[in-house]
Design a binder for this molecule. Structure first.
Ligand SMILES: Cc1cc2nc3c(=O)[nH]c(=O)nc-3n(C[C@H](O)[C@H](O)[C@H](O)COP(=O)(O)O)c2cc1C
Length: 199
């Protein structure tokens, strides 16, 4: 079985951080092997411990394993550009978030933010287990809502492909060329002390 290339061998942090942040990246090469249900539970377990407003835990993960009858419906939500490599994924996940607070039905202004935190927990856990975890915006949200019968008070946020690492040679050339851990903007560009602009 192919090993997941470790991000730390391609990336350098400008300030000391835990290596898992460098090791997590978004490969597309997968083997097509099924993901063990107990491993999948470990990913959701990690997501479970994400922080959220008032501990609302407003994320909800709908998923399909490739070896089940649910698979074609989930796969059919993806744009073709994602289908070409997700064809070897083991699990496809649709991330939902509850838009209103469970206790009073009032709008929750950070439901998307919280769902993103849960995704990152899941992604870091997957990376630590040597699994591919790849977030996706490229899918049909309306179709996901209709196909998966998502109620109006839930947002369809994103999809996630999960799988075992595979041979990049099986990827179409244009995608294969990008199959490497990417770099980042410097901290000075993403954090500033004080207001947005000097006033
Ligand atoms: C919410 C979200 C949506 C994304 N959508 C797609 C997508 O539709 N297709 C794709 O190939 N990659 C997608 N990506 C992967 C990003 O391109 C990738 O995370 C980014 O380039 C940074 O690279 P890294 O994750 O390898 O560090 C998405 C990532 C996130 C978090």
């Amino acid at each position: 079985m192919a090993e997941l290339p470790r991000g730390r061998e391609h990336r350098t942090a400008d300030h000391p951080i835990e290596p898992i942040f460098l090791d997590r990246w978004s490969p597309r090469a997968m083997s097509g092997a099924p993901v063990d249900p107990s491993d999948l539970l470990r990913l959701f377990e990690a997501a479970r411990w994400a922080p959220s407003t008032y501990n609302e835990q407003e994320w909800l993960f709908l998923y399909a394993r490739r070896e089940t009858p649910q698979w074609p419906a989930f796969f059919g939500l993806l744009m073709e550009a994602n289908q070409v490599w997700c064809v070897r994924a083991g699990v496809l996940i649709v991330v939902l978030s509850h838009k209103v607070f469970g206790r009073n039905g009032m709008p929750n202004p950070v439901h998307t933010f919280d769902a993103g935190a849960a995704f990152e927990n899941l992604a870091l856990q997957g990376a630590s287990m040597g699994l591919v975890v790849h977030g996706m915006a490229g899918f049909d949200r309306g179709k996901a809502r209709a196909t998966l019968r998502v109620p109006d008070d839930y947002e369809v946020e994103a999809m996630i492909a999960v799988g075992h690492p595979g041979d990049p040679a099986n990827l179409p050339e244009a995608i294969r060329e990008r199959e490497a851990p990417s770099g980042r903007k410097p901290v000075a560009e993403i954090a500033r002390e004080g207001p947005f602009a000097a006033g």
